[in-house]
Structures are given as structure tokens and as C-alpha cells.
Design a protein around this ligand. Structure first.
Ligand SMILES: *Cc1c(COP(=O)(O)O)cnc(C)c1O
Length: 389
């Protein structure tokens, strides 16, 4: 069925939005493959975003693990994470559809920031919905968005966090689909969003495949990526789905522990349910109410896993794993010392899994970690954790 990955996905939205989703699907299929679109996007990815990102042979992490560890350096994309790959693509698409305004939501502020940047690049107005609690927690990213000229709208409904902001953004979109594009930030939401976001992020895996063949003369044994909705993971995985010899690991936020309300491990603790227009693996209580997720990495703090990722984990092609907060902070410190690189707390989930699960990786194996972002945004959290400052 259209827009389904196995039993996951779909379009669980109101009539008003169905028309906008059909328009978007038609436009994406028509515009994306054209040489003009590919050329314009390719130039922006190269000259503005800084692609291709390097594939870095991490000698320190290799020594610690006994593997040949490579890092796909998405932290070097302008803005400090993979988010811009998708934002540039959707902003260009929206402009070609004749839209004049972009709206979206953000939790950590990374996606809001990337949307504000992309909006300015293509010359569109930008409005970002953000939970009041998240605005307090991520004050510096709010300032950066304001400096870029975006309007930041506080959301105080529900618990004032990401899932409430998504609901408000969907409501706002229903009011003004004629002029406005909802720039979805991860591989979640109703069809065609998961497909569009994965397509724009799959530049990561295309580059990675070519780079590892040049460096090692063969495909990697494993790729490890962190995530919540799944955009950086699918971006890295998609080019390798048919290569059965390449093991794919998805690492979600284990939080403090897998007990009760202290985790974001939706694959371990959740079950299929509908959120924000799609059926996906979802943290929920016994009555089917969405449960808040909990992890110190704001970018992994979403209770759902996108439909494609949900399907790939259900079929076993991707192995769902988790890392706990304390392992994640340790992995940040280890990576700083061993490589001179400060990873984002999200990214450190993937590194923590590699460092703490020697049973999964044999000596000498070629392992690629998708290094989704840099940790500058997490400085305050890190200082508090390590130095109580
Ligand atoms: C947003 C973010 C993530 C999680 O989002 P996905 O869509 O699952 O990739 C991971 N890492 C970083 C650095 C992020 O900013």
C-alpha cells in the first residue's frame, strides 16, 4: 500500500491535510528527479552545507575497540548536524511549489535552526513552534533562530514539549496550506514525509559507500547510527539495505534505565500506535496514551520511531539497540580524549554502543559510525555532569 513500510506508516490525518499531502507527494515525484532541481540542490549541498563530508579513520577509537572505526563526519555540515541536508531539500522543493512560508517545530533547536538557515537561503519566511519548556532549556538556539530572523512561537498546550509543538504545527498547517510548507524534521509524520526526508538524507549513505570503497576496497561490516525518528540512520543505511553482509545498528536513548518513566527506548518498551499521522513503534501506557520519553539528549526525546525504521527493525534488517545516559556521557569523554572530537549527546549514543558491546564487533572489522552532530550545543549539560558547574 502507498506510504506503508510493512504495516507501519500511512496517513492518519484530517481531510483538510489530505489535499496538502497529495499536492506535496505529486510535487516531490515531479520536481525531485529533474536535472534543474538536482543541480540546484547539489550546488547548495556542496557550497553552503559543505558536502561531501569526510569519512575519517578514527585511530584512537580503533585502538580501543580493535575494529577499523570510521566516522562519517555529519558534524561538519553547516549548523553542526545532518539536519541541514533535509532542510535545504525541502525548502527548495517548497519554493518550486510556489510556497512563500516554512513552518516547523523543534525540541533541541537544531532542526529549527537548520530550517531558519534554509529559509533564508531560498528566501522564504520561517516560523518555528517550540514547547515553552524546550525554549527555556535551549535558550541559546532560540537566540540563534531569532538572529536569523525566524519567528519563534511558544507552545504551552499539553506538557509544552516537542510532541505538543508537532500537534500545533499540524493545526497551523491546516489553516494555511496554500502558502505554507510544513518542513518535517525527521522521517516521521504522514506519508509522504518519511519518504521525502529519507530521500534527502540518503546523500549520507551514497557518499559513504563510495568513500569506504575507496579507502578499504570493500563494504563495511557494520554501520552504527543513533536516532529517534530515524533520519540520520536511514540516511546512512539506505544505500546498504540490499547488502546483507553489512550489519546495521540503530541506537536509541535508553535514558537512566529501562525502568518505568526514565527512558526513550521505544523499540524496547513501546508497541505500534498512531502519532502525528502515522502508525509507528511508540511509547504508550496500557490505555494507549502516548508516554513522554526521557533522555538527556534532547534530539532523541521523541516517543515514536519513524515507519520505515519501525519496519526495518521488525523484519530484523536493522538491529534496535540502546545506550544509557551514563554510558553516553562516558562516550563523549572517551571520544574527546581519543579523537579530539566533541560529539553531540545524540551521536554519543552510537559511540557508546560501539565502545560497550565488544560481543557485537569482531577484531579487525570495518565499522562506520554516523557522526550525526557536534556537541557544542551540549556544553552546559556536559559541564554540569562532569564538573557540577
Ligand atoms: C536531531 C538529531 C538526531 C536525531 O534525529 P534523527 O531524525 O533520528 O536523526 C541525532 N543526532 C543529532 C546530532 C541531531 O541533531
Amino acid at each position: 500500500m502507498k506510504g506503508r513500510f510493512g504495516r507501519f506508516g500511512g496517513q492518519y490525518v484530517s481531510e483538510v491535510l489530505m489535499h496538502a499531502l497529495e499536492e506535496l507527494e505529486e510535487a516531490f515525484e515531479r520536481i525531485y528527479p529533474t536535472p534543474e532541481f538536482q543541480r540546484e540542490l547539489g550546488l547548495l549541498l556542496r557550497d553552503y552545507a559543505g558536502r561531501p563530508t569526510p569519512l575519517y579513520h578514527a585511530r584512537g577509537l580503533s585502538e580501543l575497540t580493535g575494529c577499523r572505526v570510521y566516522l562519517k563526519r555529519e558534524d561538519l555540515v553547516t549548523g553542526g548536524s545532518h539536519k541541514l541536508n533535509n532542510c535545504l531539500g525541502q525548502a527548495l522543493l517548497a519554493r518550486r511549489m510556489g510556497k512563500t512560508r516554512l513552518i516547523t517545530e523543534t525540541a533541541a533547536g537544531q532542526h529549527g535552526l537548520a530550517t531558519a538557515m534554509a529559509g533564508n537561503v531560498v528566501g522564504m519566511e520561517v516560523e518555528i513552534f517550540m514547547g515553552v519548556k524546550d525554549m527555556e532549556r535551549q535558550a541559546s538556539n532560540v537566540k540563534r533562530m531569532l538572529l536569523l530572523g525566524a519567528k519563534v512561537t511558544p507552545v504551552s498546550t499539553g506538557s509544552g514539549v516537542l510532541k505538543d509543538a508537532v500537534s500545533d504545527t499540524l493545526r497551523e498547517w491546516a489553516r494555511c496550506t496554500g502558502t505554507t510548507h510544513y518542513l518535517m524534521g525527521s522521517t516521521v509524520g504522514p506519508h509522504p514525509f518519511p519518504e521525502i526526508v529519507a530521500t534527502f538524507q540518503s546523500v549520507i549513505g551514497r557518499e559513504l559507500r563510495q568513500q569506504i570503497l575507496e579507502r578499504e576496497g570493500r563494504l563495511p561490516d557494520a554501520i552504527v547510527a543513533c536516532g529517534s525518528g530515524g533520519s540520520n540512520a536511514l540516511g546512512a543505511f539506505r544505500a546498504f539495505l540490499q547488502d546483507e553482509g553489512v550489519r546495521l545498528y540503530f541506537v536509541e536513548g535508553g535514558g537512566e534505565s529501562l525502568e518505568a518513566d526514565n527512558s526513550a527506548a521505544a523499540f524496547r518498551l513501546g508497541r505500534p500506535g498512531v502519532l502525528h499521522g502515522a502508525l509507528m513503534q511508540l511509547l504508550q501506557d496500557e490505555h494507549g496514551q502516548v508516554k513522554p520519553s526521557k533522555t538527556r539528549a534532547a534530539g532523541l526525546n521523541y516517543p515514536g520511531r519513524g515507519p520505515e525504521l519501525s519496519h526495518l527493525c521488525e523484519t530484523g534488517r536493522v538491529k534496535a539497540c540502546h545506550a544509557f545516559d551514563r554510558e553516553v556521557f562516558e562516550a563523549v569523554r572517551t571520544t574527546c580524549r581519543a579523537e579530539g572530537l566533541l560529539p553531540a549527546l545524540e551521536t554519543a549514543h552510537a559511540l557508546a554502543f560501539l565502545l560497550n558491546h565488544p560481543e557485537e564487533f569482531s577484531r579487525g572489522e570495518v565499522v562506520v559510525v554516523n557522526f550525526s552532530g557536534r556537541g557544542d550545543k551540549d556544553l552546559e549539560t556536559l559541564m554540569r555532569y562532569f564538573y557540577g558547574a
